[in-house]
Design a protein around this ligand. Structure first.
Ligand SMILES: [Zn+2]
Ligand SMILES: [Zn+2]
Length: 164
């Protein structure tokens, strides 16, 4: 006797919720989009499932979605000061611990992820930004991955507009 979906009692195409393991049919199940939350530096275990029942999606993924949306907006506003702009960064606070990211697709990906990390920790600018390309041998072919680091800081945006 096949299991019935907890939500609609259907016995067709029933899977198990990855979190609570209750039966849920494909119509009622929720799935994470393939490339969800691309800027998350570390994917929490809640995101490691294929199938979610409605209540688990709301309680586990909902808060992550909200936080991600909030931080993405802030990250987009993070000001990035490349090394060359030393005269602008001269008076900024440089005492923070550097943030770093690895295994990125390209330079843009590095900057977006650094900005997300900065926003997460309450900063609105990145200084001493350094981006590097690494050649990685992957079986038969070479591919390149990008890494980067930067110091997060807080700046008074009204006083300062970088032209980067
Ligand atoms: Zn169902
Ligand atoms: Zn569940």
């Amino acid at each position: 006797m096949p299991k019935a979906c907890t939500a609609c009692k259907s016995t067709k195409k029933v899977e198990l919720c990855g979190v609570c393991e209750s039966p849920v049919c494909q119509k009622c199940a929720q799935y994470l989009p393939k490339h969800s939350f691309p800027l998350l530096p570390v994917r929490p275990p809640e995101l490691h499932h294929d199938t979610y029942c409605g209540p688990c999606y709301v309680s586990k993924i909902g808060p992550i979605e909200e936080e991600y949306a909030r931080l993405s907006v802030l990250a987009a506003k993070v000001l990035v000061f490349p090394k060359a702009k030393a005269e602008q960064t001269r008076l900024m606070d440089k005492r923070e611990k550097p943030l770093s990211v690895e295994d990125c697709e390209d330079e843009r990906d590095v900057l977006l992820k650094l900005a997300y990390l900065a926003a997460k920790e309450g900063f609105n600018a990145l200084i001493y930004v350094h981006v590097a390309k690494k050649q990685v041998r992957n079986h038969a072919y070479q591919t390149s991955r990008w890494t980067g680091h930067a110091i997060p800081t807080k700046v008074d945006e009204a006083k300062l507009r970088p032209d980067y």
